[in-house]
Design a protein around this ligand. Structure first.
Ligand SMILES: [Zn+2]
Length: 278
């Protein structure tokens, strides 16, 4: 074999794995072939007079993505000089304590595999870590644009007709004196019930007079209760984001008609939710 032929053979052998890698690359990306890792977002500084919608338009990013990426639930609270993240190809999510990859997949309606692929592989999540959620099929935080913006961290779980307030009352079923530990919002059965704040599901099931109940722990002493439900959308241990649908409303348990009974508790003590809601 000539020297030239040997060199050509060696080069050929080197090229095979290279070609292999090149061929594999688009497959790994698949439909998620967009900038990965740190190139999937950049920061920008808010100019005087900018609204969140202006910035969304300027960069061609859905408003919901900007809201979720920056936890900017109140578009009016935007300050000139403030730095915000402009995501590309999805939502850039900052991991909260207790949040797992499985939780994020459920929150945004994206597979764990897709999230992992978009971030060049994902290990154990670390609070504060930023992950690109590629092309989410839902962005629950956008609910704050309709139900919020949050006050004291809470949004309304839904919009309904206010039928009973917090505090002493005559019991609607038994007639005797009663203390109403939450508020009642009349809505048709099947209305989506949204997490009033981000947190962990600590109860999702039947509980006595509450009927079908979801309880969220917000990790700061606060918890919220969603009662008389018809269908659950979450399970215990799951971490949900603000605005995420946790259940469908109903008329289960001790209830006089289709409505949501909603409570906010601090260290287990029921509070009047109204001063804490937008
Ligand atoms: Zn009630």
């Amino acid at each position: 074999m000539s020297k030239e032929a040997l060199v050509a053979l060696l080069l050929g052998l080197l090229l095979v794995p290279l070609l292999f890698l090149l061929l594999l690359e688009p497959d790994q990306g698949g439909p998620l072939a967009f900038p990965q890792g740190p190139t999937a977002w950049h920061s920008t500084v808010v100019q005087a007079g900018d609204t969140l919608s202006d910035i969304a338009d300027r960069y061609g990013v859905p408003l919901a993505y900007l809201v979720a990426t920056n936890d900017l639930f109140d578009p009016r609270a935007l300050l000139p000089g403030q730095e915000i993240i402009v995501p590309s190809g999805g939502v850039v999510h900052t991991v909260k304590p207790g949040q797992t990859l499985a939780d994020l997949a459920l929150t945004y309606g994206v597979t764990e595999e897709a999230i992992s692929a978009a971030n060049g592989g994902v290990g154990e999540l670390v609070p504060g870590e930023r992950l690109l959620i590629p092309h989410p099929s839902r962005v629950p935080q956008a609910a704050a644009l309709e139900l919020g913006p949050p006050r004291a961290g809470f949004i309304w779980p839904l919009r309904g007709r206010f039928t009973s307030g917090f505090g002493p009352r005559t019991h609607p079923v038994y007639g005797g004196s009663d203390f109403h530990t939450g508020i009642d919002l009349a809505v048709p059965v099947g209305t989506p019930v949204r997490a009033a704040a981000p947190g962990e599901v600590i109860w999702a099931g039947w509980r006595g007079n509450y009927g079908l109940l979801v309880v969220l722990d917000h990790q700061n002493g606060y918890s919220t209760y969603y009662a008389h439900l018809s269908q659950l959308r979450v399970s215990p241990g799951q971490f949900v984001e603000l605005g995420q649908v946790v259940a469908l409303s109903g008329n289960s348990g001790l209830s006089t008609g289709p409505h949501l009974h909603f409570e906010i508790r601090r260290w287990g003590e029921p509070l009047d939710p109204l001063p804490l809601l937008p």
